[in-house]
Design a protein around this ligand. Structure first.
Ligand code: PGA
Length: 250
């Protein structure tokens, strides 16, 4: 039985001071224990938010990392730095990193290998753009991203990964994939994982949907058989919305 995982991706929003106020408010809410809750805050918040989350059921996540442990990589953050602050999850290969910062599948794979070697749990984002969807290339694109992303990972390592299917045309646009569209594509991802590993593996790996998830559409998406949670951008920046998202079952 796969436990649902709902992760907030704050992106480059809020100051560390604002972030503290947000987490303080969130900690006062009664949040469902049936789902894993992760907050992926900016690097500058990890230290303070990490301390605040100690003893709570919420988990700390980062939004990116570099693959090396240390060295002359001005502006980068290493897995050791994340671990030291209590980070458990790290988003890798987000479409904004791919398109705005030219991250390719090879680099993302190196980051994945490094995160896993250090005991961090990657949330690997995959997804097609509008043109790829309209020209019938969804399966080809996803299959490529998955095979490249999981390259050189042992079965044991790969089982720690959470996959986030985020169609790029649905991110921050207000357009969500319909429940059925998301389910169909996530089923394809699960099937591909079965081909890459085995059926037991594909039954157990968690696959989230992401792209304009909000309180009004989460229930339908989470009721789909193959969807194991959500990666949420915009709606994770509002305390009440995030509360409703993680408590969608209550
Ligand atoms: P959104 O972002 O919920 O604002 O569409 C999702 C994401 O980019 O992870």
């Amino acid at each position: 039985m796969r436990k649902k995982i709902i992760a907030g991706n704050w992106k480059m929003n809020t100051t560390a001071t604002e972030g503290k106020v947000f987490i303080e408010k969130l900690l006062q809410k009664k949040l469902s224990e049936k789902v894993d809750i992760v907050v992926c805050v900016p690097f500058t918040h990890l230290c303070s938010v990490g301390k605040m989350l100690k003893g709570s059921s919420m988990k700390l996540g980062a939004q990116n990392m570099y693959f090396d442990e240390n060295g002359a990589y001005t502006g980068e953050i290493s897995p050791l730095m994340l671990l030291d602050l209590g980070v458990e999850y790290v988003i890798l290969g987000h479409s904004e990193r791919r398109s705005l910062f030219q991250e390719d599948d090879e680099l993302i794979n190196r980051k994945l290998q490094s995160a896993l070697a250090h005991g961090l749990k990657p949330i690997l984002c995959v997804g097609e753009n509008l043109e790829e969807r309209e020209t019938g290339k969804v399966q080809k694109v996803l299959s490529y991203q998955l095979r490249k992303g999981f390259d050189n990972l042992s079965r044991q390592e790969a089982s720690q990964v959470v996959i986030a299917y985020e169609p790029i045309w649905a991110i921050g646009t207000g357009k969500t994939a319909s429940d059925e569209e998301a389910e169909e594509t996530i089923f394809f991802i699960r099937k591909t994982m079965g081909e890459m590993y085995d059926s037991e593996f594909s039954e157990n790996i968690r696959i989230q949907y992401g792209g304009s998830v909000k309180p009004s559409n989460i229930k339908g998406l989470m009721n789909m058989k193959n969807i194991d949670g959500a990666l949420v951008g915009g709606a994770s920046l509002n305390v009440e919305d995030f509360e409703q998202l993680v408590n969608y079952e209550l």
